[in-house]
Design a protein around this ligand. Structure first.
Ligand code: MN
Length: 200
């Protein structure tokens, strides 16, 4: 995929005169510290958009149930269009009639580290994405620890599974999706975000 086409689907789906979302450009890679964000998004149905910085854009998956800390729970993750890096700062309401209309919360964010190795060597995120086997360590405010994103065998669809890897941060009893329902950016709930940003 060329750099230019990395954001084409994102930009053609949106009318930037109407939506407050960023138009986006592809960032030149200047640091090795990569960012991730998880946005809680109440569009037609509620889901969590998990986004990882790869090659200057946010590679994205919609996870209907959100992440689990239980390694036994595999969460369906549907790959969606790449988003621009600035999108990691977006919290607000996508207006009615626009693509993905509804409130968006920055549910968690932070840095991440690629931990996928073969024979003691790190495999690049670009290759991991292509192979459908990603392993990352998240340094979020809510989520910490190793998570895997594994593409399922169905080659026709872009379905993946988000799975907590076994480490000291795995915890089958905690359920952050239910218990931590406020923005890490503003402290607001979804309803408060809707009230604050909804155009009348
Ligand atoms: Mn979404």
């Amino acid at each position: 995929m060329t750099q230019k086409s990395n954001l084409k689907a994102y930009q053609t789906r949106r009318n930037f005169k109407q939506t407050p979302e960023p138009k986006g450009k592809i960032k030149k890679i200047t640091s090795t510290k990569l960012k991730f964000v998880i946005q809680k998004h109440r569009a037609r149905s509620l889901h969590y958009d998990v986004r990882l910085e790869i090659d200057g854009v946010l590679v994205s998956w919609a996870v209907p149930k959100g992440p689990s800390l239980n390694p036994r729970e595999k969460r369906l993750a549907i790959r969606t269009e790449n988003h621009p890096l600035e999108y990691a700062r977006f919290e607000g309401v996508i207006p009615k009639g626009e693509y993905g209309a509804g409130p968006v919360m920055i549910w968690d964010r932070g840095a991440y580290k690629n931990i996928k190795q073969k024979n003691g060597l790190l495999i690049s995120m670009r290759t991991c994405l292509k192979n459908g086997q990603i392993e990352v360590f998240l340094y979020g405010k809510k989520l910490k620890g190793a998570f895997a994103l594994i593409k399922t065998c169905n080659k026709e669809s872009d379905q993946w599974l988000l799975i907590k890897m076994r480490d000291e941060h795995a915890n089958a009893r905690r359920n952050p999706v239910n218990t931590m329902n406020k923005s890490v950016k503003s402290g607001l709930t979804m309803d408060q975000i809707k009230k604050r940003y909804q155009r009348t």
